[in-house]
Write a protein that binds this ligand. Structure first.
Ligand SMILES: C[S@@+](CC[C@H](N)C(=O)[O-])C[C@H]1O[C@@H](n2cnc3c(N)ncnc32)[C@H](O)[C@@H]1O
Length: 334
């Protein structure tokens, strides 16, 4: 059950995985350090998704509550799905539905299919290769009655009862336009759920015994600087007040709500969470080094040293605390 349409790449700090470096970018045009090669990030995105599974499952359960017991969810879109971790969680949560991973990176969609196969979800998980937000056009939204239409004809990804999009909208120049396009893929009465913002991830104590205390707060600042540049360089970049409930209302939706799922992994961390943090810190070291002091770069090098007892792979005090914030709203039934 897989369909590929058309393509792209694009990238975030707390807003997503830390950026992949520009030198990894495979396209011929001029490289910026804010360009992202999503395929290079495949393992990091999937490990990150695996580590966040408890919070993703909570979020999916909450979406099911919000839709209500009588809402027959037949088709779900996960837009900007990456390797399909949440696509599979949604397929598990909504047992009668087809869940479709939509992304511009074919290698990530292949991962989504492989993951679905491993989890025994291959018959209900599909993929669509689409460049956003254009790839959402032609969904036929507005004509659907929610009963089997909107599989996605030429150039579209079809309509759905639930549209989920996590950490993808902030990679598109016109975020309000992107929300309108996502809302346009909803069937009447359907729910749009957008995971954006949330809390910056915490994983180290304030004083880690190396360098100047308060490193995480300074990494946040460096990443915000990177994030701002990344957004400024996106095609059609448009500044907007990131009042997500208001943006959802302006996209024509009603009943905007917000909830946050907590990811709370105390020390000592297991291997996958440590590998994920190591990959995150590697990206920060590469992408945000201009905005960090020499002393902090030296501290990062110790944290990244696989052999160092103070390194993130071995230190006993590393933990993982994160908040996934989800903004939801409904397409009016009439
Ligand atoms: C930060 S990742 C988020 C992945 C996943 N949703 C998650 O929350 O972990 C952003 C995803 O959006 C996709 N993406 C970014 N810009 C895109 C665009 N213009 N068109 C299609 N996909 C895009 C990337 O390929 C990547 O998989």
């Amino acid at each position: 059950m897989s369909t590929h349409n058309d393509s792209r790449h694009g990238h975030g700090p707390r807003h997503g995985s830390a950026p992949a470096p520009a030198h990894a970018h495979k396209h011929a045009h001029a490289h910026h350090r804010t360009d992202i090669d999503w395929e290079v990030m495949a393992t990091q995105l999937e490990t990150g998704g695996d580590v966040q599974l408890p919070a993703l499952r909570l979020a999916a359960a909450r979406l099911k509550e919000l839709l209500g017991p009588d809402h027959r969810v037949r088709r779900i879109l996960d837009v900007g799905s990456g390797p399909g971790v949440m696509t599979c969680v949604l397929a598990e949560t909504f047992a009668g539905a087809e869940a479709v991973a939509v992304d511009g990176a074919p290698g990530l969609l292949d991962r989504a299919l492989a993951r679905a196969g491993r989890l025994g979800l291959g018959d209900r998980v599909a993929v669509r290769h689409a460049e956003l937000p254009e790839g959402l056009a032609g969904t036929g939204a507005g004509t659907g009655d929610g009963e089997g239409d909107g599989e996605g004809g030429e150039g579209g990804v079809g309509t759905a009862d639930l549209v989920w999009s996590s950490k993808a909208v902030h990679h598109l120049g016109d975020q309000q336009g992107a929300l309108k396009a996502l809302a346009g893929a909803l069937r009447p009465g359907g729910l749009l759920a957008v995971a954006e913002g949330g809390l910056p991830m915490r994983f180290l104590p304030r004083d880690i015994g190396i360098g100047r205390p308060g490193l995480q707060a300074r990494l946040d600042v460096a990443l915000e600087t990177w994030f701002e540049e990344m957004r400024a360089e996106l095609p059609g970049s448009t500044a907007v007040v990131e009042d997500w409930p208001e943006l959802l209302r302006r996209a024509g939706l009603t009943g905007a709500r917000t909830f946050t799922s907590l990811l709370d992994l105390p020390a000592p961390l297991g291997g996958p969470a440590r590998s994920y943090l190591h990959a995150q810190l590697t990206r920060v070291r590469e992408a945000a080094s201009d905005a960090l002091a020499e002393e902090d770069l030296r501290t990062l090098d110790v944290l990244l040293d696989p052999g160092a007892p103070e390194g993130i792979l071995r230190r006993p005090d590393a933990f993982l605390l994160a908040g996934v914030t989800v903004y939801t709203a409904v397409r009016p039934a009439h």
